[in-house]
Design a protein around this ligand. Structure first.
Ligand code: ATP
Ligand code: LTN
Length: 333
């Protein structure tokens, strides 16, 4: 384990994971679990950047954890944990916040997007990328697999390593690399293909959750927005809705987009939608069966959470100790 590169990634506990998350994130995470020392966590502290009902949040954390496992993340070979179980995340986040220029945070486009349609904007939403940097740097991660939407946050994380080294010297924090998978790096909303599919979208027609019933999946894909043309072709500019469906099809079937377009020559969009819905239902069937099983046994999930946390804590505590030494804080005896 020691010589394997360290991978770290997480997803915020808001809504249920969507096929966008699966295609852009967990599908890549899964492929990395053999080759790397992987750390995957559920970002519950990040979820608090928007108001949450406490009971629903607690339930969602269990559900999210079960969704990770159901998607094929293996808790034996990887470290799978809940962010808030490792208090070092919040501690390092504060220390990094004091190193982050306001100007760098002001540039974050995700904050601009999210704050433009939220009434009560809290400071956590603004400093969110710093907590994300702490998540990464605590584990000395080499590689961080994320979707295209996280590119800017990764840049900030890398900038923070440089700022740290300028102030405190080298050797404490490792410079991480983002890994942004190519195919399907950005799955778009089903009703508005100009924005990304997001699990916290208020309109549930915009996304397919990995635990949606087959009926719901079929309905959502059937009603996905497409143009009024009838020829199936891949054109991101002129036919963004169709391009999105073709992308999802291509990733899940592992067929090239060109081959899929050929298969639908002379056929209507409706045929493609029906087949895509079937493909999504089939892909998610084993995931949903495993999920249902796991959710019946919360004690077991809790045991796995505790096991994951005790593995994660070792690396996190080690980094935090060095951080205390660098900054001049007295490390607790
Ligand atoms: P939220 O709606 O709460 O912002 P989200 O659906 O955008 O959630 P995150 O928790 O922010 O999901 O992201 C988890 C991972 O999934 C990240 O690596 C992110 O890049 C990836 N991801 C999220 N949405 C998509 C998408 N539409 N296409 C591809 N990857 C995505
Ligand atoms: N901000 C991320 C979720 C996240 C994350 C991380 C991803 C929180 N901390 C650390 C990678 C590494 C998002 O995808 N919204």
């Amino acid at each position: 384990m020691a010589d394997k590169k360290v991978i770290l990634s997480g997803s915020t506990v808001t809504g249920d994971l969507t096929i966008g998350n699966y295609i852009g994130a967990m599908n890549n995470w899964k492929k990395m679990q053999e080759e790397y020392n992987c750390h995957y966590f559920i970002a519950d502290l990040h979820a608090l950047t928007v108001a949450q009902d406490p009971k629903a949040l607690r339930e969602r954390c269990f559900s999210f954890f079960a969704q990770y496992l159901a998607l094929g993340l293996d808790p034996e070979n990887n470290t799978i944990f809940v962010q808030s179980h490792i208090h070092e995340h919040a501690e390092l986040a504060w220390i990094l916040t004091c190193l982050t220029p306001m100007g760098n945070l002001n540039r974050m486009t995700q904050f601009k997007d999210k704050s433009s349609n939220t009434k009560n904007i809290n400071a956590g939403l603004f400093t969110y990328p710093v907590l994300m940097a702490a998540d990464i740097l605590l584990y000395q991660a080499d590689v961080v697999p994320v979707g295209e939407d996280q590119r800017q946050h990764m840049e900030l994380c890398r900038d923070l390593v440089v700022f740290w080294e300028n102030r405190y010297g080298e050797g404490t924090l490792k410079m991480p690399e983002a890994y942004i998978g190519k195919a399907g790096a950005r799955v778009m909303s089903l009703q508005d293909p100009s924005k990304k599919m997001s699990k916290s979208d208020e309109n549930e027609k915009n996304f397919v959750s990995i635990i949606d019933t087959p009926k719901k999946i079929q309905k959502k894909i059937k009603s996905a927005q497409t143009d009024s043309d009838t020829v199936v072709s891949f054109d991101q500019e002129k036919k963004p809705g169709l391009a999105n469906l073709l992308t999802i099809y291509s990733v899940l079937s592992e067929k090239s987009i060109d081959d899929i377009v050929k298969d639908y020559e002379g056929k209507m969009y409706g045929h493609l939608k029906v087949d895509l819905a079937d493909l999504v239902v089939e892909t998610l069937k084993p995931v949903q069966e495993k999920y249902d099983d796991l959710m019946k046994n919360k004690d077991y999930l809790e045991q796995l959470m505790a096991k994951g946390a005790s593995k994660a804590r070792v690396r996190a505590a080690d980094t935090l100790k060095k951080v205390y030494e660098d900054t001049g804080l007295i490390f607790r005896a």
